[in-house]
Ligand binder design. Sequence first.
Ligand code: F6P
Length: 409
Amino acid sequence: MTQKKRIGILTSGGDCPGLNAIIRAVVKYATRKGWEVFGIPRGTDGFVDIVKGDLEIEDLRLKDHGYDVPGVLQGLDVLQFMSGSVLGSISRGNVKNENVTESILAGYRQLGLDALIAIGGDGSLDIIYDLAKKGDWNLVVIPKTIDNDVAFTERSVGFDTARNTVTQALYDLTFTAASHERIMVVQVMGRDAGHLALHSGIAGGADCILIPELTPQLTDNIIDGMTQYIAKLRCDRRKFALIVISEGVRGLEGEKDSYIAETLAHLLKEASHRLCATGDERYCGLDQVDTRATILGHLQRCGVPSSFDRILATLFGIKALHLIEEERYNRLIIWQNGTVESKSLEQIMPLIKWCHQEKTCPSPVDPEGFMVRTALSLGIYLGDSHLSATMSFEDNNFSDAPKPVSEGS
Ligand code: F6P
């Protein structure tokens, strides 16, 4: 039997569905092993509160998680169905303040932890890794984010649920778009990466998907290309269009635009009317085009976690305890080829830190990958460097734009 251990667990960065399912799995398994688990509130801020005396250590002990609903509902195991984090979270970037760092390290020592399970995205990983080095912590990191852009893991907890949420929104918007023959522009989260937009765009039947990996910023070419594409759709009897734009795509001047869907909707309407006014009969169907923008916002971080996210969360939580049991610390748990693995933080942090320094995404969409190629095969417009594989632009003399990447490349 392994020695009894005292584990800390915290959630850091933007919340997402599935965090509570991780906490539940960790507490359930640890309790069965006779280990202790302490939940650190509000990410690493909880350590500071311990030092300040604002928190009693015993109050942080997590017991029987999932069975603590009071009253007649006692015994109900609800934690894995709840989104958000029962521990709370912080997402304010790296605070380089020596006093705060010292307090965090002191709080960790005060708790007397044998190991810490940190649930976070790339940003949190970077910050907590530095703290762990300074404090000589035994750290295990579980990746989470709806953006699915944590390096070295094919999936992060939260992505699948968000993908379902956006897909459902696209489905819902289809019918109002069709009824009014409108162009619906839908803004999807993903600060630096287009995974969420690309996956849900394909699943939700989008006509155009703009992601920062392929369309770093809007250009006149893209607006015109997309408008021409919509004109072609209208000729082909699709009178409405669904356009997905990832929030990471920048405006015409390369500026970050929190309302990029609104901007795009406006530009498309303008371009439609301008092209129509040329009198070119290919664009005459655009005269009545109307556009609307929908920003899905934080609804994408909500909702009952999907079964995949609950399973992933549970697998990751159990794996974290296995690693701690084997005393294999300072590792990132990952999902790779349909199974749970882990990677040494020592090995992966140089790349992650370099990406943060260079302000590039550590795990972007592969522009030549199978998801992009699948979208192209469906004829989805992905920007001016990735025109549809199936739309016959040449036949219609529509554009002299470059050819799409070939299938199987
Ligand atoms: O990283 C996850 C994420 O949801 C991004 O997709 C989004 O840009 C960001 O967090 C929003 O953060 P906040 O909740 O701080 O506005």
